[in-house]
Design a protein around this ligand. Structure first.
Ligand code: RUQ
Ligand code: CUA
Length: 660
C-alpha cells in the first residue's frame, strides 16, 4: 500500500466509524475525510513515521476494549514466571507466578496453598527462590492446543510446573531427583499423556557422587516422561518413567505427531564427552565439545517404552528408569548423526519430518521419519556408539538440507507449508519451503534471535499470520536502563499483504524480567477462564470448596490451647472479624473467604510484620498460617482498591505480650 492508500483506508475507517468505538458522533462526508488525511500527514511528519511505520501501527493498534486474536504464553526466564501477551497488540496481560513468589497473586507470601506448591518445587528440601524457565508447552488434544493447561520447565533445578488455564494458577511443581539440569522440556505428546523433560548436563543419576574421571562410566543423561492425568489435573510421578541415555549433553526435544505419533526426539551436543577442567590441563569444555563433525539425534519409541517400563525398569530416586542396555535391547533408542552442535529440533505439522538447526552449520537438516523407520525395520545400522546404541546412516535418514545462513537454531511453521528458522549469528529469520527445501526470504531482527513462535506453529494445524522473534539483548532498541539490557520480542507479520508478499516487523516489545526462551501462541478463543471462583469458598489450588470455607454470619474465633482459628470473611468494604486478639506465641490460622461473586470484587489481605499478602478474587478461599511470635499492634488491610471505602477496609491484629 502506498501512503495515499493508507491514508484513504484510514479516512474511510474514520468516516465509517467503528461500532465498538466508544464515544463521539460518527463523522461522515468528504469534509471530515480531507481534514483527517491532512492531520494524518502532519502527525506522520511530526512523529517522523514512514508509510511502513503507519502500516505496522494500523496492524497492531488495538483500541481500548478490543480483544486480541491470539494469546502468547512466554517464558519469563530467570524470573521463574510465565508471561501472557496479547497478539497483535503485544499488550502484556499477566505474569503468572510459577517458580517464584509473586505478591500480587498472593503466591508464596503467606498463603498456605501456594506455599505447598512452592514447597513441592524445593530441591532436596531446600527452598529454591528462582527458576530458569525455558519452554512453555500448552496441553494438546489430537495434536492441537486445547487451552486447558500449560506446562513449563526450569532448567536450573530440573522441574516441571502445571498451570491451570481456568484461573491461570500454578497447581503443581514436580522436581526431578533423577537428573541435575534439564533443557528438552516441557514438550507434550499429542494427547498430553506425557510431559517430556530431558536432561542437559550429564551427572550420576539420582544425585549420587562420582568424580569426573568416571564420567564415561558413571555419568548419564535421561529423558523423562511425566504422566499427566487430565482428570486429576496432575502429573503422577508413580506413573511416569525415564529412559537412561549416554552422557552426552541432550538438548532440545520434541514429540512426534500424526505420522510420527508415539515417538519422541532430542538433539545432543558434546558427544565428545568433554568435561572441561582447564586448570587440570584439559581443553575448555566448549572446545572439547566441538570436535566431532556430527552429534546424535536421539530417536525414542516412547509408546513401546511405556510398556517396557512396566516390567523392566529399575527405580532410581523415585523414578522408574529403563536402563540404557534394556532400551537398546528392546529397540527403544536409535541414533542418527546430525551436523555439528545442533540446537533446535522441530517436528513438522504433518509429523513427517524433523528439522534440526546446527549452530555451527549453515544448514537446516530435514530428517524424514519414514526413512528413519525404514532403516530401523531393515536393521540398517552403520555403527554403534560407545554404549552400543545403533546408529542409522545419515544420508539415508534425511530428505535434504537447506542452506539458510549463520547459526540456525529454532524452526516454526505456518499453515502454508513454510518454515521459519531463526539465525542467531546473522540475527535474522529465514523463511523457507518445507516441501522443496528452498529459501524464500530473510528478515533482520534486533538482535540475536533465539526461539521464534508462530501462531499454533508447533501443532498439527498452524495458523500462520503472526510470528514473534524472541531476541536476546536489545542493545539500542529502547531507552537505556543500565548495563543489563531488556530482551526484545518482535512481532512479525507473515501475511505479506502491504509489503510485496514479504515479512514485516510490526512491533518491538521489551521484556524486562529475565531471558525468555520459548513461547507458544494460541487462538485466544480457545482459552475459557473463569471470571470468579464458584461456589464461594473455592480453594484455587485444589479447585474444590475448602473444608474451612466461611459462610457470611458464621465468622468466629476459636481457641484450642495455643491454636487460634480465625474464621474470617471479606466483602465490600470490611473484614469480619475486623479485630483479632491473640497472645504472643499462639499458632494462628486465618481461614479467609471472599464472599463476593461480582466479577470485579477482588480484595487483598495484608498483615504488617508477618510477610503476608493474600489475593482474594471473588469467591476464593485462602488459608493463612503463622505463629504470632511478635507482640504488638498490627494493622491488617485490603490491598486492592475495591470500593470507595477501600481504605477503610482494615482492622487490627493485636498480639498481647507474654507475661514476664
Ligand atoms: S533455548 S535460544 Cu530453547 Cu533453552 Cu534455544
Ligand atoms: Cu477490599 Cu479494598
Amino acid at each position: 500500500m502506498n501512503l495515499r492508500a493508507i491514508l484513504c483506508a484510514l479516512v474511510l475507517a474514520l468516516a465509517c466509524g467503528r461500532p465498538e468505538s466508544p464515544g463521539g458522533p460518527k463523522s461522515a462526508g468528504s469534509g471530515a475525510g480531507s481534514s483527517g488525511s491532512a492531520s494524518m500527514a502532519k502527525l506522520m511528519k511530526d512523529r517522523n513515521l514512514s508509510e511502513a511505520d503507519v502500516t505496522a501501527a494500523l496492524k497492531t493498534y488495538t483500541p481500548s476494549g478490543r480483544k486480541d486474536e491470539f494469546l502468547v504464553f512466554a517464558s519469563g526466564g530467570h524470573s521463574g514466571q510465565l508471561l501472557v501477551i496479547g497478539v497483535p497488540s503485544m499488550r502484556i496481560l499477566k505474569y503468572v507466578a510459577v517458580f517464584t513468589p509473586e505478591p500480587w497473586q498472593g503466591y508464596g507470601v503467606g498463603d498456605k496453598g501456594s506455599a505447598e506448591v512452592l514447597k513441592e518445587g524445593s530441591r532436596h528440601g531446600k527452598p529454591i527462590t528462582w527458576g530458569d524457565m525455558h519452554h512453555p508447552a500448552l496441553s494438546e488434544t489430537k495434536g492441537e492446543y486445547d487451552g486447558e493447561f500449560v506446562f513449563v520447565n526450569d532448567k536450573a533445578n530440573p522441574r516441571i510446573a502445571v498451570i491451570n488455564l481456568k484461573d491461570f494458577v500454578t497447581e503443581q511443581i514436580v522436581e526431578s531427583k533423577l537428573i541435575e539440569a534439564d533443557h528438552g522440556g516441557a514438550f507434550v505428546t499429542p494427547n498430553t499423556e506425557y510431559v517430556i523433560e530431558t536432561s542437559q548436563y550429564a551427572a550420576p543419576l539420582g544425585g549420587a557422587y562420582a568424580d569426573l574421571k568416571e564420567y564415561n562410566e558413571k555419568y548419564r543423561g535421561a529423558m523423562t516422561f511425566w504422566h499427566f492425568d487430565r482428570a486429576k489435573r496432575r502429573i503422577i510421578p508413580d506413573e511416569s518413567f525415564a529412559i537412561e541415555f549416554p552422557p552426552y549433553m541432550q538438548d532440545l526435544a520434541d514429540s512426534g505427531k500424526l505420522t510420527s505419533d508415539g515417538w519422541a526426539f532430542c538433539n545432543s551436543i558434546n558427544t565428545e564427552r568433554a568435561t572441561g577442567g582447564v586448570l587440570e590441563g584439559n581443553p575448555p569444555l566448549e572446545s572439547g565439545a566441538s570436535q566431532n563433525d556430527m552429534d546424535y539425534l536421539h530417536v525414542v519409541n516412547w509408546r513401546k517404552a511405556a510398556e517396557v517400563a512396566k516390567t523392566k525398569a529399575k527405580v532410581i530416586a523415585g523414578m522408574r528408569v529403563i536402563p540404557l542396555q534394556v532400551a537398546i535391547d528392546e529397540g527403544l533408542l536409535f541414533f542418527v548423526p546430525e551436523p555439528k552442535s545442533p540446537h533446535g529440533l522441530d517436528v513438522t505439522p504433518d509429523g513427517e519430518d524433523l528439522v534440526v538447526g546446527g549452530k555451527l552449520d549453515t544448514h537446516a537438516t530435514v530428517f524424514n521419519f519414514k526413512k528413519i523407520q525404514g532403516l530401523i525395520a531393515a536393521k540398517k545400522f552403520e555403527a554403534k556408539d560407545p554404549y552400543g546404541v545403533p546408529i542409522l546412516p545419515f544420508a539415508e535418514s534425511i530428505r535434504g538440507q537447506v542452506e539458510l545462513g549463520l547459526g540456525p537454531l529454532h524452526t516454526a511453521f505456518d499453515g502454508d507449508g513454510n518454515a521459519y528458522t531463526s539465525l542467531f549469528i546473522e540475527t535474522k529469520v529465514a523463511k523457507w519451503n518445507v516441501k522443496d527445501l528452498k529459501l524464500i526470504e530473510k528478515i533482520s531482527t534486533q538482535y540475536n534471535i533465539g526461539h521464534l513462535v508462530a501462531a499454533e506453529g508447533d501443532t498439527v494445524a498452524p495458523k500462520g499470520k503472526y510470528l514473534i522473534a524472541m531476541n536476546k539483548w536489545a542493545l539500542d532498541r529502547f531507552n537505556p536502563v543500565g548495563p543489563l539490557l531488556p530482551q526484545n520480542f518482535q512481532l512479525i507479520d507473515l501475511s505479506g499483504d502491504a509489503n510485496g508478499g514479504k515479512m514485516q516487523v510490526l512491533y518491538d516489545l521489551p521484556i524486562g524480567l529475565g531471558e525468555p526462551h520459548n513461547a507458544q501462541m494460541i487462538r485466544a478463543d480457545k482459552i475459557k477462564p473463569w471470571n470468579i471462583y464458584k461456589p464461594v469458598g473455592l480453594d484455587a489450588v485444589t479447585k474444590e470448596k475448602s473444608p474451612f470455607a466461611v459462610e457470611g454470619g458464621k465468622e468466629r474465633v476459636e481457641r484450642k490451647g495455643n491454636v487460634v482459628d480465625v474464621y474470617m470473611t471479606a466483602i465490600r468494604s470490611h473484614f469480619t472479624p475486623d479485630v483479632v486478639r491473640v497472645k504472643e506465641g499462639d499458632k494462628v490460622r486465618i481461614h479467609l473467604t471472599n464472599l463476593e461473586q461480582a466479577h470485579d470484587a477482588t480484595h487483598g489481605f495484608a498483615l504488617n510484620s508477618y510477610n503476608i499478602n493474600a489475593s482474594l478474587e471473588p469467591g476464593k478461599h485462602t488459608e493463612l498460617e503463622f505463629t504470632a511470635d511478635r507482640a504488638g499492634v498490627f494493622p491488617m488491610y485490603c490491598t486492592e482498591f475495591c470500593s470507595a471505602l477501600h481504605l477503610e477496609m482494615a482492622g487490627y491484629f493485636l498480639v498481647e505480650p507474654k507475661k514476664k
